[in-house]
Design a protein around this ligand. Structure first.
Ligand code: 13P
Length: 253
């Protein structure tokens, strides 16, 4: 189902006490402003999932992990399986983030496997895609995103695909303070929706949630979210301060 989502990707930030304070502030404010249409997702590092998950039970946000193993279980030291996440009532999981693609050499094939593991455990993947700066400069952004999406997601059935959330995150905008213009975001989101329509039909495409990520902040969120194909945001740096994150949440209400 197409949803309005604002998700915070904390990346590798915060210690336990800081994480607790941040999530508590978010929970307190959501109690006042939450609406049934609004979906707030907090994606802390693995060690804080349980604390955030416990807090989410009494609040108006859901919890997502930042990554998952492509394997089901077994001798994969340091990895976390989708079944483990599901056993902790985690609803979402980011997959294919550009930082994982770049620093951990994640291939589209590995990401497709992660998506399958998550779906088998009833966790909604937040599937990240997006081009690097030289690719945009060479006007290859559509080609790059099409390849990431077709190799990462188009092995799914339409029924499986209904649980996917897509996050378009141009790599040149991540952590750089250089945001895609609302026009650039809309253009790519509409393109992604057209790819989905071609593969699964218009109804599935219209039902897919597509988020924008990349230097989305308290100042520019409203303008980005005003676009018809931008359903919300995947927020990095600005999700680390409760006030900024909540301003972005309010921009989506
Ligand atoms: P920033 O908002 O810090 O640019 O990060 C975006 C991102 O990578 C979210 O996943």
């Amino acid at each position: 189902m197409r949803k309005k989502i604002v998700a915070g990707n904390w990346k590798m930030n915060k210690t336990f006490d800081d994480a607790y304070e941040l999530v508590e502030k978010i929970a307190d404010e959501l109690e006042k402003i939450a609406t049934p249409e609004m979906n707030v997702v907090v994606c802390p590092p693995f060690p804080f999932l349980e604390m955030c998950g416990d807090m989410s039970q009494e609040s108006f946000f859901a919890v997502g992990a930042q990554d998952v193993s492509e394997h089901e279980s077994g001798a994969y030291t340091g990895e976390v399986s989708a079944a483990m996440l599901a056993s902790m009532e985690i609803d979402y999981c980011i997959v294919g983030h550009s930082e994982r693609r770049a620093y951990h050499n994640e291939s589209n094939e590995a990401i497709a496997n992660k998506v399958k593991q998550l779906l088998a455990n009833d966790i909604s993947p937040i599937f990240c895609c997006g081009e690097k700066l030289p690719e945009r400069e060479a006007d290859k952004q559509f080609e790059v995103v099409e390849k990431q999406i077709s190799e990462g997601l188009f092995g799914l059935t339409a029924e499986e695909f209904a649980n996917i959330v897509i996050a378009y995150e141009p790599v040149w905008a991540i952590g750089t303070g250089k945001t895609a213009t609302p026009q650039q975001a809309q253009e790519m989101h509409a393109f992604i929706r057209s790819l989905i329509a071609k593969k699964y039909g218009k109804a599935v495409a219209d039902d897919t949630t597509i988020l924008y990520g990349g230097s989305c902040n308290a100042k520019n969120a409203k303008e980005l979210f005003a676009n018809p194909d931008v359903d919300g945001g995947l927020i990095g740096g600005a999700s680390l301060k409760a006030e900024d994150f909540l301003t972005i949440v309010k921009a989506r209400i």
